[in-house]
Design a protein around this ligand. Structure first.
Ligand code: DUT
Length: 163
């Protein structure tokens, strides 16, 4: 996954959204944090991993992947606001032997911790937990990159259409 390229595309999208909505280039950490928490909830809903009371199957893989990359957009976006986008290197994160439910809860905890204390260390922890979630959902880095690029394009089209 070419992360520096994804950060660059994210920056272009974020700047465009600010411009189209006449927003000051102020940081929107609270809004982005809530947006990310909502996206993670939508993602969990599509997987149905916590719905022990139901036998209905999860959504299609592509639907789950699209929800996943919505959250990834916001993670990249807060990384840009933090100033790590130009030199952020990330290799592999070890596979953690946890249930999908626990992996979701870990991501929520990391989001809140980063919000309360937006340090680079807490950002890396958040980023790692989100990639672990991707692994738990069986997405390769190539899957994530391809789906990110597709959704980034959709987000630009939405701005063109006055979304
Ligand atoms: O500053 C921003 C704001 C939004 N986004 C992206 C992230 C995500 O990919 C999308 C917002 O999520 P979604 O597509 O779910 O938006 P929605 O308005 O909730 O649409 P829907 O009703 O289709 O879920 O916009 C950014 O990249 N940067």
């Amino acid at each position: 996954m070419d992360l520096l390229h994804l950060f660059k595309l994210q920056k272009e999208l974020d700047e465009r959204i600010l411009k189209e909505h006449n927003l000051e280039p102020k940081k929107l950490l609270k809004e982005k944090t809530l947006a990310l928490l909502v996206e993670i909830g939508e993602l969990a809903n599509e997987t149905r991993c916590f719905k022990y009371w139901s036998t209905r199957p999860s959504s299609e893989r592509d639907v789950i992947l699209e929800e996943y990359v919505d959250g990834f957009h916001f993670i990249l976006s807060v990384g840009i606001d933090l100033g790590v986008d130009k030199n952020f290197l990330f290799y592999k994160c070890a596979h953690a032997n946890k249930t999908t439910v626990q992996t979701f809860l870990d991501v929520y905890a990391r989001v809140i911790r980063f919000h309360d204390q937006p340090s680079i260390t807490n950002y890396i922890e958040l980023f790692t937990s989100y990639l672990r979630l991707g692994q738990a959902l069986d997405f390769s880095q190539e899957d994530i990159e391809r789906a990110y690029l597709a959704k980034n394009e959709v987000n630009h089209q939405r701005q063109t259409q006055g979304y």
